[in-house]
Design a protein around this ligand. Structure first.
Ligand SMILES: [Zn+2]
Length: 200
């Protein structure tokens, strides 16, 4: 019985949720290149505890993640640690794309990360309003000296990956981001793979 799951592919503009045991490693893989994946992390023991971008930026004293960095919850607990990063470009400033966000652009009924996360996380008792902060993997958001924010195409190439080791039991929502604007004009798939702590 293998303890490592085979890679799973998320079709463009879709999402999934996975359960990680403490010590398991989750790999997010950009299958085609130039594609963002949003991650929403929750403590499995109490899903009201979740990843906080604000706490993480506060404790890291920067907005860029590096290998060895922890992702913190709003209760200042370490949820996961970065163990591999092929790209070095991820966003912790923007919220996941949502149907309301697309409606502001008069794109109604558009698929979105927020809706896909809501559907995927519902079986774990996590509702739409609990999905606030995400780690936007491979997303290139830049802040200039005046504080203005600009979006650039994801620099990730096919096969590039970000790996996180769970530091407690987690529920993690994953998307292949639905925004054409974020993904250089075309939404593409994302793959993920879980390596069990028993195998490491
Ligand atoms: Zn998105």
């Amino acid at each position: 019985m293998p303890v490592s799951s085979p890679p799973r592919i998320l079709a463009p503009q879709t999402g999934a949720a996975v359960r990680l045991g403490c010590g398991d490693v989750l790999a997010i893989i950009d299958t085609a290149g130039g594609q963002v994946a949003d991650l929403a992390l929750f403590s499995a023991a109490d899903v009201t505890e979740s990843f906080s971008t604000g706490r993480t930026i506060d404790y890291l004293e920067r907005i860029k993640l590096r290998v060895g960095d922890a992702l913190y919850s709003q209760r200042s607990e370490e949820l996961a640690v970065v163990t591999r990063d092929d790209v070095g470009v991820h966003d912790m400033l923007l919220a996941p794309c949502s149907q309301a966000m697309f409606a502001r652009r008069r794109e109604f009924g558009h698929a979105s990360c927020h809706a896909n996360l809501t559907t995927a996380l519902a079986p774990y008792g996590i509702g739409a309003d609990a999905i606030v902060a995400t780690l936007n993997v491979f997303m290139d958001v830049r802040v200039d000296a005046d504080g203005c924010v600009t979006l650039h195409p994801p620099p990730s190439r096919p096969g590039d990956r970000l790996e996180l080791r769970a530091l407690r039991d987690l529920v993690v929502g994953i998307t292949a981001c639905s925004s054409e604007l974020t993904n250089a004009g075309r939404c593409k798939p994302v793959s993920y793979q879980i390596q069990s702590a028993a195998e490491l």
